[in-house]
Design a protein around this ligand. Sequence first.
Ligand code: GLU
Length: 424
Amino acid sequence: MEIKNHERLHADDRNLCKLAISELEDIYSDLGLSEEELDLLDMPRRSFTVHFPVRMDSGKIRMFVGHRVQYNDARGPAKGGIRFHPELTLDHVKDLSFLMALKCAVVNIPFGGSKGGVVVNPKELSRNELEQVTRGYIRAIANHIGPFKDIPAPDVYTDEKIMVWILDEYERINGEHIPSVVTGKPIELGGSKARSYSTSLGGIYVLEEAMRRMDMDKFEVSIAIQGFGNVGENAARILHEKGYKVVAVSDSKGGIINKEGLDIEAVMKHKTQTGSVVDFEGSQNITNEQLLTCECDILIPAALSDQLNSNNAHDVKAKVVLELANAPTTKEADNIFFEKNIMLIPDVLANAGGVVVSYFEWSQNLNNDYWEEDKVLERLKKTMITAFNDVYSHCDEKNCRMRRSAYQLAIRRILHAERLRGNL
Ligand code: GLU
């Protein structure tokens, strides 16, 4: 099985939780929450651990551990990915499920938040074992998921193929077709058009709205992107196609820069041929560190966590930072950007395009009515721009701390739903 950036993604998410939780203290106090509200937010609604047997290729039975946490479902069924990782813990899944609840609330889609996974290193499994682990986990949690309970999706180390096994196992148990039980499926089995690049495009829609607000001219700005995996590469490709000047990109081996702009299509070919963007003809090699502080107007971290920190934040020249990665900015760097008047578009908003198109997929499945790509894009754009404006209008005039504003907005929305239900 081919797996990309496994360790890195996991590290990203760990930091994301740390960051989210350290921010939360301030946010709760800014919001002046009551004891009851704090209690309600402090505990996941349902969290469980399952143990299930799998017959390995050797013929021996091995027991596996899986978790699933439905943090909050006041606004709709719980929604969130399933990851396979050897160090997965229930606490970590709890944090991630809380962040999913915030993300869905920020973009105002009718879902709560969940997350789950199996404690396993999928690199050590054969394809057959991977399938049996997936099916075993789904059998163990089948009573707790469903289109109106909790809807899984891909996450770290899980992909379209695994979503199909989830779908198939769930449908076997229930004896009928239920495509809306899982998202991130292949188009042939009820997946949505544009899901594969929805995270990048969703971020770009938000960026364009931010630029409009800041009177930045599309043809005058230069953009640097850290990371050339699925999200970074799609972002670079789409921006280039739209006519933006992308001056620097990088991958784990290093980066390249050309002040006049890079031909991203040619960079993609070069990466396919050589395995890296480094040494691309007509560009200068730089380090990842240099990319982050290079001369540019827009900086898009789309790779690792913790990249923008107290060591380099003072040297960042961009006016806008768009967090396509999870938690690329530490709390210290966040404060420095605020002082330097750099607009930071936080991950819970910037990279929510994926779950937004998951919502469209679920909706198409329930209605058995499949949308053209144009319709998906139009709805994605509308959802992302509305979310940006909701977050932005929450900020006070000149002092816009968008991360704080996004969390506040999400928490207010969740608490409002709880209040309407009579839970507060
Ligand atoms: N795992 C992705 C996320 O964390 C997608 C979740 C989904 O589509 O439900 O945003």
